[in-house]
Design a binder for this molecule. Structure first.
Ligand code: HEM
Length: 394
């Protein structure tokens, strides 16, 4: 998509058809709009603009919108409550304290390659790792994963506006049904935690008390669905895009093997260079706004092309070069502003550990197919499979 993004940047505000979205692809414009209170994430505004079939209250599969799809003050209240479970006093302890546990999960997965000399990194590693982690964090039994994967998949496909438009009504109905099923499944677990709290995020969410009060049961369920999906599908792509990029840059892979301290900077550069979330299509403006001399009328849909902004030469020198030594790498890979990724500390740590251990343990890894087959989703970019040959485990 990167040549396309370059072309897009030559028209900073692209509006191709009446009623269509306004597509913004320059770094500074995206950054400004992500901080602009006139730009709304509210599900009801999105639904009114025809953007999100899961958005309107009748259409959400019985659950209210999560804080991803709300504006202040509701967004801030719910995010703060969720954060008090995810965060202080646990954060960064809860996340940073998981370092050893994360490394154990990674080691077990790599040991599990056994005598194989060819693996699909997605199936054997990049998918099971973050799923195991988010299940443990939330307190969802890992062995139920095949059940909820069937509900997560249609919801993720539904993120892509292109796939929705191409599909028929069944597609949307399936996604609504899936969200409801997932909510009902989680409701069982949440009820247990309300009676008997454990040391997990579901317990924290359902028993949250504080200056912001408590979440309603429905809010707990929306938040849990959001975290389960966000924790499922994005980190997979960052790990896979990361390994693919390293295999295309063997000197960097070799460096990481000897210099694990490179991992944090390397992961930031990856989030710039190959971000799993390529665009944020779920925004509308609640009043007329002007961007670069173009008036975007109230109620219009706005697409923020994060991955295009990340390669904007007005922001990053030599943007198409992968350079983990880049000094200034304030990328848009986690978004920006009030909706900036809630799971960023976890996603960073998971990916740093995953890539460092893969670099350390795989003997002479090589790509089988370049480019690999990609998943069909314009919002989430990552290989569907990533086959790797190697000479054994170290
Ligand atoms: C929001 C990317 C991992 C939870 C976001 C946004 C982006 C993003 C771009 C902003 C969306 C917007 O502005 O509309 C990523 C990437 C990840 C990742 C690239 C992995 C590499 C995670 C994980 C979790 C998570 C592991 C949960 C544990 C969330 C939540 C929000 C969010 C709850 C909504 C925040 C809000 O609306 O205030 N993420 N994410 N993410 N992310 Fe992530």
């Amino acid at each position: 998509p990167y040549p396309l993004y370059r072309e897009l940047r030559s028209t900073p505000v692209l509006h191709e058809e009446e009623g269509g979205p306004y597509v913004i692809s320059s770094y500074w414009d995206i950054e400004a709009l992500l901080h602009d209170p006139r730009i709304s994430s509210d599900a009801a505004n999105l639904a009114a603009a025809g953007e999100d079939p899961l958005a309107g209250s009748e259409e959400t599969g019985g659950l209210p919108p999560s804080f991803l799809r709300l504006d202040p003050p509701e967004h801030d209240r719910l995010r703060r409550i969720a954060n008090s479970g995810f965060g202080p006093p646990h954060r960064p302890r809860r996340i940073d304290g998981m370092r050893g546990e994360l490394r154990e999960i990674v080691t077990a997965l790599i040991d599990g390659f056994g005598d194989a000399r060819r693996i699909d990194l997605v199936d054997r590693f990049a998918y099971p790792f973050p799923v195991t982690v988010i299940c443990r964090l939330l307190g969802v039994p890992r062995e139920d994963e095949p059940r909820f994967r069937a509900w997560v998949d249609p919801l993720v496909a539904n993120l892509d506006p292109g796939m929705r438009q191409g599909g028929d009504g069944d597609f949307e109905r399936t996604a609504r049904e899936a969200r409801m099923q997932l909510g009902m499944y989680l409701a069982g677990l949440v009820e247990e935690r309300a009676k008997e709290p454990r040391d997990d995020l579901l317990s924290d969410l359902v028993n949250s008390r504080g200056p912001d009060g408590a979440m309603t049961m429905m809010e707990v369920l929306s938040t849990a669905v959001l975290l389960l999906i966000a924790g499922h599908e994005t980190t997979v792509n960052l790990i896979t895009n990361g390994m693919l990029t390293l295999l295309r840059h063997p000197p960097v892979l070799e460096r990481l093997r000897h210099e694990p301290d490179l991992a944090p900077r390397l992961v930031e550069e990856l989030l710039r260079y190959e971000p799993p979330v390529q665009l944020v299509p779920q925004r509308t403006c609640i009043t007329d706004i002007e961007v670069r001399g173009v008036t975007i009328p109230k109620g219009s849909r706005i697409w923020l092309m994060l991955a295009a902004g990340n390669r904007d030469p007005e922001r990053f020198a030599d943007p198409d070069r992968f350079d983990p030594d880049r000094e200034d790498v304030q990328h848009l890979g986690f978004g920006s502003g009030i909706h900036i990724c809630f799971g960023a500390p976890l996603a960073r740590l998971e990916t740093q550990i995953a890539l460092t251990e893969l670099a350390r343990r795989l003997e002479n890894p090589r790509l089988v197919q370049d480019p690999p087959p990609y998943r069909e989703n314009a919002v989430l970019r990552g290989p569907r499979h990533l086959e790797i040959d190697f000479d054994g485990l170290r």
